[in-house]
Structure formats: structure tokens, C-alpha cells
Design a protein around this ligand. Structure first.
Ligand code: PLP
Length: 584
């Protein structure tokens, strides 16, 4: 790694925005992400590179990844650390910084990964690494496992990300950063790192002057991703005080009277602009955190990353600008239904062959295929479609055959999530001979792309209001696959009944207590839609089904992409539009 290169990118024309995220899906072969949050971070950076937004990003290296998932015949998950060849993807940088963790000095190095955009733009990403010989053995493991270990481990990782990340950018020479974007609360200690830097330039030792806090707020942007209080990182007074030390614990007081360290509160207090990740999630967050104006910027997906080859070449033929202008997917309304069906049939054939090779499930290309894949978390209700398996089997027999494919990992400590995977395997066996069911192991970006494009209908059954946005339905839309979903997250905005897909239930429900009743109610609504609309349309009115596919591309692919999303961040969150254009 030549320092000349870094000097060049970090000079006067260097990045204005630094993006901090605990996970980033940079390359399907790098296990530096766990799920939707990391994939979104990767898509954000890919679009920033396409648009030549002057951005630099920071995350942790995750030497042992999140985990590799193996499933036994009963569907019990076993986790294995992931081994990956870091050198194949990243270059080490020579700079070193230190952070204080629990009173020890931890040395931090970094690796650089470069994301290249469609028109030659580039976003450098720095992956922090504490596996250095000068560190004590436990500290060497701090950047090993994404969401591994206990609470202490997590807090130490967040210190490395917030303090270590900021100091590393400084050491690398990034001197013109105007905006710091925290993707979820994991990065909130960045607020204290900024405050520390500003304090160092003053002689005050007593207390924190208000104008410094304001100066920190002016620079920071925070995106929250979780609509439930339990989803936000929180550390006890003792643990946080021990990890941060007296001085930094005292600075926290400048931001409010918390008795524990709540990462979301810290990020909220330290940011000028805060947003949720869909319209409804912004509203829900406003009621969760009264006193903070929370905006909405709805998530998207990077269209070129998520379109499979058959759809890429279809768009290349009909929408020649689509790679640098995702919004032109809107003009997919002019593509013939025959060609859309042709591209879909190619994607489906590839996928069905994959399912049969991996699972021996005997999937049939002519059968309506429903896909459901995402993290196996209880609120996603992966077993909802099996609420009444007799009714499901009857529908398949009387209206038209159905096959269902699943994928998704449970967090290693989430026993409820693991039970969901196991129960899906039980339902698979119970439905044998009636409805084919397959569960694909080790769901990752590569499998997500194959799956979202290779099924006919994308199913989503979260318990409202838990789905902040959801992005897998957007990946499906970019490949012409309509959604059948509860009205939560992005689907509140993307759903037009019988035009872009179908809703489960007719109302936008705001806050529901989990109960058997609501599951029964949503399951009945799901069966009704399958029986009366989805299956008859697929088997008896194929032309209309393909028109729905076309609208999924034009209306939803054309809007729910990260290019539109980044334009909104640029205008509303970063407010750098003029400056950014003058530099071009
Ligand atoms: C897109 C994606 C997700 C997010 O799925 P949601 O349905 O939005 O929760 C999770 N995991 C992987 C591997 C993905 O590619």
C-alpha cells in the first residue's frame, strides 16, 4: 500500500462523508455482514461510488466472520467460524492507532477495500483489525467475530469502531470530513471520539462547553434501524464506566442524564439529522423517542448488484442507461410480457436446479414457487404459512400446486430462532406428498440473489411494527418478483394491490401485541390471498401475472433502490449537494 495513494484520496478533494457501520456486505465471499443491515451498508457504499459521492467507510475486519451455518436433517443449526483469505480482497495499511479499553491500550490496524462505481468513482473502506502482536491475547480477538461473544466483547468492539475508526481516518490523513454517518447505534461512540478531539484543541479541563457539543451535532447523521426498544444496544453503568474510563464516562454526562449507556440515545443526542429507514419506521421512531425529530429515508437496494444476469441483459437491451441511472427502471413498462417471462424462466430454472441439487426436494419449474428467506428471528414469523397445514394442502390440491423454499440463519444465542428453523423442517415432513418444502442452508448474499430472483412470489410475514424496512422484497422486485406481504416496513409504500403484488390483511397496523389471535388472523388472510388471487392469477391468467411482475420492476425497482436513497441522504441528511457538485 503506497502512502502516495492515501495522501491523494485524502487530500483537498478527499472524502467529505465518513460512514461507520458494524457490518458491511462488501463482497459475497467476505463474511463481514450478518444480514439486512450489512447488505444495506454495502449497497449504500456501492451507490455512493456510482454517484461519485466523496465518501470513506469504516467497519471491523471480522476475521472469523459471522458464522457458517450447517443444518442437520432435523433442521438444527450448527455454527462454524468462517475462514476467509483476507489478502485476496484487502490491502493492509501501515498506519496504527490506539484506543483505551478497560484501562488497557489496544493497538488497531486496518485493511483497505476499494468499492468501484459504474463511472469510475471509488469509495475506500477501512476494516479495523486488532490482531496485532503488540496486543494482549484477548484484545487480539476483538475484531474476530461479528455479533459474537458477550456484552463486554460487544462494547469493546464498539469502542474500537467509534474511537479506533475515527482515529484511523485521522491517521490516514482524512482531514476534510464534514459529515459522519452512524449506521445504527453500534457506531455511537463516534460522538465521544469527536468530542474528545474538539476538547483537545481547548484548554478547558472542567466540564464540556455547549458549543463543542453543538459542533459535534452539526457534523453527525444517525440512521436508526430497529423499531423495538429491546433491539437497541444498552450497557450497564458499571460495565460502561469500566470499559470507557472516568474521563470519557464524564463526557457522556454532557449528553444527558442516562444511568446506563444507551447507544441509541447517545447517537440521537449527538446528531443533527436522524432518520428511520421507511416512512412508517420514521413515525414509529418518533413515538419511541419523543423530543427528537426523526425523518424517514426509505431503504433501497443496489439494482445492478441484485439483478440476476437474465434481467441485467434484459435491461441492457431495453433501458441502456439503467446501470448508472437506476431510476430508469421506471421505463420497464415498455418491455413486453414475453421477454419478462423469458428472463424469469431462466432465473427460475437456475434456481430450481440449485434447490434440487442441494436438498433433493424434487422442485418442479412449472409449479408456483413461494420464497421466504431472512434472519430466523421470531418477529419475522417464518412458520406463519404453516399455521393451518390442512388448509394449505387443500388449497394446493384444489386451486393449484405450490412449493415453498426457505433460507436464513438464527443468531447463535437465539433459541427461538433456532426452533423456527427446526419447526419448518417438521412442517416439510408433515406436508410430504402435498406441498414441497425446502430449506437452504447458509443463507448469504449469493444465495439471496439466486432465491429472490428464482421464485414466483416473495413472502413476508413480520409482526407489525417490527419490520423497520425490509429489503429482500426490493431485491425480488428488481428481478420482477412481486411480494405477498403484511403491510409493514417498506411494503406500506410499495404495495398497490393487484398491481405490484398483494397485501396480507387490509390495514396498516401500528402496534400489535404478539398473540395467537393475530397469527391466526394473518394466516387466514394469507391463505385467502393465495386461494382467491395469487394462485388463480398465476395458473389461469398468466398474462396478468406478468403485468404484475412488470409493475414490480417499474414502480418498485424504479424507486426502492439505493441510488434514489443516496440522493435523499445527500439532499436531506448530508446537505452537501452544492459543495459536492462544485468539486466535480
Ligand atoms: C437482503 C438480505 C437480508 C435482509 O432480508 P429482509 O427480508 O429485508 O430481512 C438478510 N440476509 C441477507 C443475506 C440478505 O441478502
Amino acid at each position: 500500500m503506497s502512502n502516495g495513494l492515501i495522501g491523494e484520496v485524502a487530500g483537498a478533494k478527499g472524502p467529505l462523508v465518513a460512514y461507520f457501520s458494524m457490518e458491511i456486505g462488501l463482497d459475497p465471499a467476505m463474511p463481514t455482514y450478518a444480514g439486512g443491515l450489512g447488505v444495506l451498508a454495502g449497497d449504500t457504499i456501492r451507490s455512493a461510488a456510482d454517484l461519485k459521492i466523496p465518501m470513506v467507510a469504516v467497519t471491523l475486519l471480522h476475521r472469523r466472520g459471522h458464522f457458517y451455518q450447517r443444518l442437520d436433517e432435523q433442521g438444527w443449526q450448527r455454527e462454524e467460524p468462517v475462514a476467509w483469505p483476507i489478502n485476496d480482497f484487502c490491502n493492509p495499511v501501515s498506519q496504527r492507532v490506539t484506543v483505551d479499553v478497560e484501562g488497557r491500550t489496544v493497538h488497531v490496524g486496518a485493511w483497505q477495500y476499494r468499492v468501484r462505481g459504474e463511472l469510475g468513482g471509488e469509495v475506500p473502506v477501512y476494516l479495523l483489525d486488532t490482531d496485532l502482536p503488540e496486543n494482549q491475547p484477548w484484545d487480539r480477538t476483538l475484531t474476530d467475530m461479528l455479533y459474537g461473544g458477550d456484552e463486554s466483547y460487544r462494547l469493546c468492539q464498539e469502542i474500537v469502531l467509534g474511537f479506533g475508526g475515527y482515529r484511523m481516518l485521522r491517521a490516514l490523513g482524512y482531514g476534510h470530513l464534514r459529515r459522519l454517518h452512524m449506521n445504527e447505534g453500534h457506531a455511537a461512540l463516534l460522538v465521544l471520539a469527536l468530542l474528545e478531539e474538539k476538547l483537545a484543541s481547548r484548554s478547558h479541563e472542567q466540564g464540556v462547553p455547549v458549543d463543542l457539543i453543538d459542533a459535534v451535532r452539526e457534523q453527525c447523521v444517525f440512521t436508526t434501524h430497529t423499531p423495538v426498544p429491546a433491539g437497541h444496544d444498552q450497557f450497564s453503568h458499571d460495565r460502561a464506566h469500566r470499559a470507557l474510563g472516568d474521563r470519557r464516562w464524564a463526557w457522556l454526562k454532557a449528553y444527558g442524564p442516562d444511568h446506563s449507556l444507551n447507544m441509541t440515545h447517545l447517537a440521537l443526542r449527538g446528531s443533527r439529522f436522524v432518520n428511520g429507514v421507511a416512512m412508517k419506521h420514521g413515525d414509529v421512531s418518533n413515538s419511541l423517542f419523543p423530543g427528537y425529530p426523526i425523518h424517514s429515508i426509505t431503504n433501497g437496494v443496489h439494482a445492478v448488484t441484485w439483478a440476476v444476469p437474465a434481467f441485467q441483459s434484459l435491461y441492457d437491451r431495453h433501458l441502456p442507461d439503467w446501470r448508472r441511472d437506476h431510476l430508469s427502471l421506471r421505463y420497464a413498462i415498455k418491455i413486453s410480457t414475453q421477454e419478462i417471462w423469458g428472463a424469469h424462466s431462466t432465473a427460475k430454472r437456475t434456481f430450481v436446479e440449485y434447490v434440487n441439487r442441494e436438498t433433493n426436494a424434487g422442485f418442479d419449474r412449472d409449479v408456483l414457487t413461494i420464497g421466504f428467506a431472512r434472519r430466523a428471528a421470531a418477529y419475522k414469523r417464518g412458520t406463519l404459512i404453516f399455521h393451518d397445514i390442512e388448509r394449505l394442502a387443500r388449497i394446493a390440491e384444489q386451486v393449484g400446486p405450490v412449493q415453498i423454499v426457505f433460507g436464513g440463519k438464527a443468531h447463535p444465542c437465539d433459541q427461538d430462532g433456532k426452533n423456527i428453523i427446526h419447526r419448518i423442517h417438521e412442517f416439510r415432513d408433515a406436508l410430504r406428498g402435498k406441498v414441497r418444502v425446502a430449506y437452504l442452508a447458509n443463507y448469504d448474499m449469493t444465495l439471496a440473489k439466486l432465491l429472490c430472483a428464482g421464485v414466483d412470489v416473495w413472502l413476508n410475514t413480520p409482526l407489525p411494527p417490527m419490520e423497520a424496512s425490509g429489503t429482500s422484497g426490493m431485491k425480488a422486485a428488481v428481478n420482477g418478483v412481486p411480494s405477498l406481504s403484511v403491510l409493514d416496513g417498506w411494503w406500506v409504500e410499495g404495495h398497490v394491490e393487484d398491481v405490484t403484488g398483494w397485501s396480507i390483511g387490509d390495514r396498516i397496523e401500528s402496534c400489535i401485541e404478539p398473540s395467537g389471535d393475530i397469527d391466526a388472523c394473518h394466516a387466514a388472510a394469507l391463505y385467502d390471498k393465495l386461494e382467491r388471487k395469487v394462485l388463480p392469477c398465476y395458473y389461469q391468467d398468466r398474462e396478468r401475472f406478468i403485468e404484475i411482475m412488470r409493475h414490480a420492476i417499474a414502480l418498485n425497482g424504479g424507486f426502492f433502490n439505493t441510488q434514489r436513497m443516496m440522493a435523499q441522504y445527500l439532499h436531506n441528511a448530508y446537505r452537501l449537494v452544492g459543495e459536492y457538485l462544485r468539486r466535480e
